[in-house]
Design a protein around this ligand. Sequence first.
Ligand code: HEC
Length: 190
Amino acid sequence: MRIILSIFFFITCMWSKNIVYSDEVVSLYLSQDDTKVVGRLLPTNSFEILKEQGNKVYVKIQGFVNPKAPFVIYYNNTQRIIVAAFSKNTKLNFSKKDMTKDDKWDRVSLEIWAEKKKFFKNDKEMLSRAKELFVNNCGICHALHKEKEFNANAWPAVFRSMVDRTAIEKKDHWLVIEYLQKNSKDFKAN
Ligand code: HEC
């Protein structure tokens, strides 16, 4: 019985993907020994770890790319919710996926090197921390402007115009922006 269980466990491990999340911005590199940062992966977006080497991990990122400006991977196919952003003219090897009828942008995946950080198996705790930061900091001077008051595309600018008046640390800015966009009035799941 124990042998059967260990075989079962072994097979499950081999087949299950190592999907993780970061609660901070993660630097991206074109090769394992590069020091030049070519892009950033933003918090609360899931990605797959394919392998680890030294201080880096090789990851697979999925999302949508506007073919007219292929330096940003978005969370869904219409809203400017950023999963990863790259410096212009970086040579990126996107694998295109089959598009569905209503995809406005290309559905892609990208394999790339990332700095190794503390990653998390799910986004629950980081999202509740983001909500706490928002509620505790943004309702001090005026009533809280709720998540649903603005559209996904509007939140980044609204947040940035106010964040310097709060105690929200720089490392948490993108965490709160992503939280607000993903809970906004017109948020569309991917
Ligand atoms: C230190 C006080 C203070 C804090 C903290 C603060 N605000 Fe404000 N907020 C203001 C004031 C004052 C205004 C009025 C317009 C102005 O001064 O820009 C305002 C206006 C606004 C408006 C209305 C803008 C418009 O054009 O209608 C929104 C939305 C808003 N704040 C969101 C936020 C969010 C989100 C946060 C947290 C990141 C936040 N505020 C934190 C003081 C604050």
